[in-house]
Design a protein around this ligand. Structure first.
Ligand code: MN
Length: 499
């Protein structure tokens, strides 16, 4: 789907002319060594590109302007090896539109006790140079991530990668297009939102397309395309008997394959990165898309049901952020609870559209009636999700701002067979515990639709929310409900003041 190595993070080193040529030569040499090591680090998924030391207001402005213009540059790392008087940074930072990470590091890890002299001190002075830089960024109220530690430390590299992945998700949103088939599910509140504000804030566009035009593409699927896709279903999944050749429901599988081909062609030709649809508007479609949507999500398209374009866009960004990591990112809905006090958990699923990137083992391909939508029985993939550390993320529109709510959860093996449940399902235990986690989510106004992630951490989402400049609420093992409610109240005031 995405090659994150195409994304460049520019490594900017700040200094000044005060120290003379020899010091500046060493600064340049050191920052090249650091940039090279970060670029080659296994932990880092993007390219880290060295840029010559910036020493004047003009040089800083020029490199920020260049970063803004560069298509491949998704962000900048700033580091002050020596002192770089920060008034020089004002004009550049005023125009910088790319995400920024402030790396607070030092070239030498240790103090050379025997040999340390004032030359060493003048070269290795990021301890105060970076404070000067931090002041101006704070004074200008610019969001950035601050990473502290020696540049060779694995934790530093991994924190840089976390931010770089968030910046990659953000970069993917810029100019992205999401297709909406049908409007919002009638009367539902949380899936609504301001699409104009979203385009201003997030950089992606959401527009509607007629279901009839999609149906035309579905009907245009050729027999050869359908045959090839059904062969792929047969080799990838365990087909229910009634879907096999000569099975009683074989024609449903053919219809489902046609739907998938038509939808993929529509999305591909239109350059869309994701889509949403609704069971209330399927005019001309034989089935609610099940397997089609599931497989398109697994390919990397963002999706959410019932017109929920915010979650569709979030799913797409999180898929990009998780590229190459173990575990998937998927559209999810908190469906049903198990309130056994000794083993409380949530069953997550959707009517059909659960992303097979979450599957443990080979999914089965089945067809069953669906009580809503009023269409023929839809074909879907059925499977259980995997256990492991996970999270749910939800993007909601609070009227005067967007809020990203995250709950860390522990996914568990589905403890029992569910022979009558004809849908894929995942089970998890919210942190810090079922009751507190769910209460926190509800106080925060988190939606029933989420992106469920088994590859990202709340640090990825916090970095992402910072880059987007939106509110972020994390519900994790340390949450305190009283504090959370205060945080929400204070945040409301903060946003009302327009700070
Ligand atoms: Mn739903």
């Amino acid at each position: 789907m995405t090659n994150l190595k195409q994304n460049e993070v520019w490594f900017l080193t700040g200094s000044q002319h005060l120290y003379g040529e020899e010091t500046l030569r060493q600064v340049a040499e050191h920052s090249q060594i650091i940039a090279k090591e970060l670029n080659q680090a296994e932990e880092i998924s993007v390219s880290i590109i060295f840029k010559p030391t910036v020493k004047t207001t003009e040089e800083i402005y020029a490199v920020c302007q260049e970063a803004n213009q560069s298509k491949n540059c998704i962000g900048v790392i700033a580091w002050m090896h020596t002192f770089s008087p920060a008034k020089m940074w004002i004009n550049g930072l005023k125009i910088l539109q790319k995400p920024m990470l402030h790396l607070h590091t030092q070239f030498n890890r240790d103090i050379p006790w025997e040999s340390i002299d004032m030359d060493f001190m003048n070269l290795n002075q990021s301890a105060h140079g970076d404070r000067e830089f931090g002041f101006i960024v704070s004074r200008m109220k610019i969001e950035r991530k601050v990473v502290v530690g020696h540049w060779q430390a694995p934790q530093v590299k991994s924190q840089i990668d976390t931010w770089a992945r968030a910046a990659s998700g953000w970069n993917d949103w810029q100019g992205a297009k999401f297709a909406r088939f049908g409007d919002n599910m009638r009367n539902v509140a949380v899936t609504e939102g301001d699409k104009v504000e979203a385009e201003l804030k997030f950089g992606f566009a959401v527009n509607t397309f007629a279901v009839g035009d999609l149906v035309e593409r579905i009907n245009a699927a050729t027999d050869a395309e359908v045959k090839a896709l059904i062969e792929e279903y047969e080799s990838s999944y365990t087909l229910a008997d009634n879907l096999k050749t000569n099975g009683a429901k074989r024609s449903s599988l053919i219809d489902a394959a046609q739907i998938e081909i038509g939808m993929r062609n529509f999305l591909k030709d239109g350059g869309f990165k994701g889509f949403t649809n609704t069971f209330e508007d399927l005019h001309g479609m034989k089935q609610l898309p099940g397997i089609a949507t599931q497989r398109l999500m697994a390919e990397g398209y963002g999706y959410a049901g019932e017109g929920d374009w915010k979650t569709a866009a979030l799913v797409r960004a999180m898929k990009v952020m998780g590229t190459g990591l173990e575990g998937g990112n998927a559209f999810m809905e908190d469906y049903t609870y198990h309130f056994d006090p000794s083993n409380s958990m949530v069953l997550g699923a959707h009517m059909l559209e659960v992303d097979p990137v979450l599957a443990s083992g080979k999914p089965t391909c089945e067809v069953h009636p669906l009580g809503i939508g009023g269409k023929e029985d839809p074909v879907r993939l059925v499977f259980n999700g995997k256990a492991g550390a996970s999270l749910n993320a939800s993007l909601v529109d609070m009227g005067n701002r967007f809020r990203l709510v995250v709950n860390e959860v522990e996914a568990v093996e589905v403890p029992h067979a569910l022979p009558k449940l004809p849908v894929a399902r995942v089970m998890w235990k919210p942190l810090p515990d079922m009751n507190t986690g769910c209460a926190g989510w509800i106080y925060a106004g988190g939606a029933h639709h989420t992106c469920f992630s088994q590859s990202l951490t709340s640090e990825h989402l916090t970095d992402f929310a910072k880059i987007a400049g939106i509110e972020n609420i994390i519900i994790d093992k340390d949450i305190n409900l009283r504090q959370l409610q205060n945080e929400i109240k204070w945040s409301d005031t903060f946003h009302k003041l327009g700070l």
